[in-house]
Design a protein. Structure first.
Ligand code: PLP
Length: 317
């Protein structure tokens, strides 16, 4: 639980923290956000999240003058004040508070910035990774700019609630052509019949997941075949493996989609390996090598290499 929030330049107790009722984030969802995972006290993929934040601001034409260095200082300070070692830091920037009007307010209206940080339940995270999760599929009813990380999340909220009510951890959105776009707060992947990692290509219809990009880079580094092409619900249900990715849920195996079991109903070896490499640890054991179903030469490549510092992991000291 976050105890201290940063709001427009001040650190205040979370319980009393607030923004104006005229804030455009509250009135119109005219606001963007970003989430960094913190592991062992460090921000993961720090710069990639920062660039996506800048991109979201640009796309919405929110002029936010604070430098990256100043923002990092606030992120770190909020992390420190909340004693977060393994969790997330959340940042939201709205266009600011102004009398309600759909049209943008004048540039003299300063954007609102809020930062919070909290530790996450590590046992729940470990359980999800070890046991895998269930997902359900639902129609993608979102707008056509899902690449912008805006707080316009109502379809995601409703879908996630439906997932919870059906005993699933995540819901995958399916577009009108029958293809899975992504989850409510994660990207979606399968390992198809040709042992290829498949995930929808970057477009306006999905969030350009930072973890997605990192996992695909790791997979390519280990000579795994990656195809950025969407898959249908039917393809996912007969896939060898499926998994999701998000900053706080990197390569979490999916073991059931709707009522269908995925693969043998257990977390798949590729998702487990990607997760281990992403987190900078060795794959939990070599048994997995035999189970992976990969050609022997690929297995060697996957497992011979010591996990190295991931590309662009963080610039944080
Ligand atoms: C809709 C959606 N897709 C994908 C992701 C994964 O993005 P990232 O890996 O950058 O956390 C998120 C993360 O919150 C999300 O909300």
């Amino acid at each position: 639980m976050s105890r201290i929030a940063y709001v427009n330049g001040a650190y205040v107790p979370l319980a009393g923290a607030g923004v104006s009722v005229l804030d455009r984030g509250f009135q119109f969802a005219d606001s963007i956000y970003e989430v960094w995972a913190i592991r062992g006290g460090r921000l993961f993929d720090a710069d990639a999240h920062m660039s996506r934040l800048r991109r979201s601001l640009n796309e919405l034409r929110i002029h936010f003058p604070m430098s990256d260095a100043a923002l990092y200082a606030v992120l770190r300070d909020t992390q420190r004040r909340n004693r977060v070692t393994d969790g997330i830091v959340y940042l939201q920037i709205s266009r600011g508070a102004a009398p309600r009007d759909h049209v943008f307010p004048s540039l003299s209206v300063r954007p609102t910035i809020v930062v919070t940080a909290k530790n996450l339940d590590q046992s729940a995270i470990a359980r999800r990774a070890a046991q895998g999760i269930k997902v359900i599929t639902l129609p993608d009813t979102r707008w056509a700019r899902c690449d912008i990380k805006s707080v316009n999340l109502l379809p995601n909220v409703l879908a996630r609630q439906t997932a919870k009510e059906k005993g699933a951890f995540e819901a995958w959105f399916v577009d009108e052509a029958g293809f899975v776009t992504e989850g409510t707060s994660s990207n979606a992947f399968i390992v198809d019949a040709q042992n290829r990692i498949r995930t929808a290509a970057i477009s306006n219809h999905i969030l350009h997941g930072v973890t997605r990009a990192a996992l695909l880079a790791i997979a390519r580094d280990h000579q795994l075949k990656v195809v950025e092409e969407p898959f249908t619900t039917e393809e996912a249900k007969v896939a060898g493996e499926a998994f999701i990715s998000a900053a706080s849920n990197p390569a979490v195996p999916v073991v059931a989609i709707d009522a269908a079991q995925v693969g043998n109903g257990q977390p798949g070896p590729i998702a487990k390996a990607l997760r281990a490499f992403y987190l900078g640890a060795e794959p939990e054991n070599r048994r997995f090598e035999a189970e992976s179903g990969l050609a022997p030469e690929r297995r060697t490549l996957m497992f011979a290499a010591q996990p190295r510092a991931r590309r662009g992991a963080t610039k944080e000291a």
